[in-house]
Write a protein that binds this ligand. Structure first.
Ligand code: GSH
Length: 207
């Protein structure tokens, strides 16, 4: 059985991404949370991944770390779930947006760390705010082209990659453009997102 190890659901944005992708397949999987910010956290993480970071997926002797690599593996295991768009050009676009999130938006991440259920002041850092605007432009363009409700119509890995940012906009009171509101709501309504929120609410507040 697939076994996903994640960090605190309140804070671990990287963990949320493959969790959403895996849940979308409908396949059974085990999910273990390693709470972050504890004296023992690093030791616990080191037991399950050589990279020292979560998320990590264990499957039939394979150890796959890094959120995007896990999403790709899950897509290959469950092609029927269509975690990437079927059309090659759309798939290239979805991968581009996912890679942009995976390797970019450093200021947004630093100034608006995920804190599910939290309420924090909007940051003043101009780069972070410009990145938040860039995210919304990405969403608007993709949804205008696909018709929504998700970036490429049906849910895809690109949505999993952007889901944590949607929660950050809520936590940090970032104004969400009218054309993006339905998208943020669609992400929020995903059963897996609801489950993740409920689990996060039961965790200790450590940041
Ligand atoms: N590039 C990695 C980033 C993973 C990452 O930074 N994970 C954080 C939690 S969100 C972590 O494990 N932090 C614990 C630590 O560094 O000790 C991915 O995409 O999975």
């Amino acid at each position: 059985m697939l076994h996903l190890y994640v960090g605190s659901k309140r804070y671990s944005s990287w963990s949320l991404r493959p969790y959403l992708a895996l849940a979308h397949t409908g396949a059974p999987f085990q999910c273990t949370t390693i709470l972050l910010d504890r004296e023992t956290s690093k030791k616990e993480i080191a037991k399950v991944t050589p990279a020292g970071k979560v998320p990590v997926l264990h499957h039939e002797g394979l150890v796959i770390w890094d959120s995007l690599a896990i999403c790709e593996y899950v897509n290959e295991l469950h092609p029927a779930a269509q975690l990437w768009p079927a059309d090659r050009a759309q798939r290239a676009k979805a991968r581009t947006l996912s890679a942009e999130m995976h390797s970019g938006f450093a200021a947004l991440r630093m100034n608006m760390g995920m804190d599910l259920g939290g309420s924090r002041p909007t940051p003043t850092d101009e780069t972070a705010l410009a990145e938040a605007t860039r995210v919304q432009t990405i969403w608007e363009d993709a949804i205008a082209a696909s018709g929504g409700p998700f970036l490429f119509g049906a849910f895809s890995i690109a949505d999993a990659m952007y889901a944590p940012v949607a929660t950050r906009f809520v936590t940090y009171g970032v104004t969400v453009h009218a054309r993006c509101r339905e998208y943020v709501e669609a992400l929020h309504q995903l059963p897996a997102m609801q489950q993740w929120h409920a689990d996060a609410a039961a965790e200790p507040v450590t940041r």
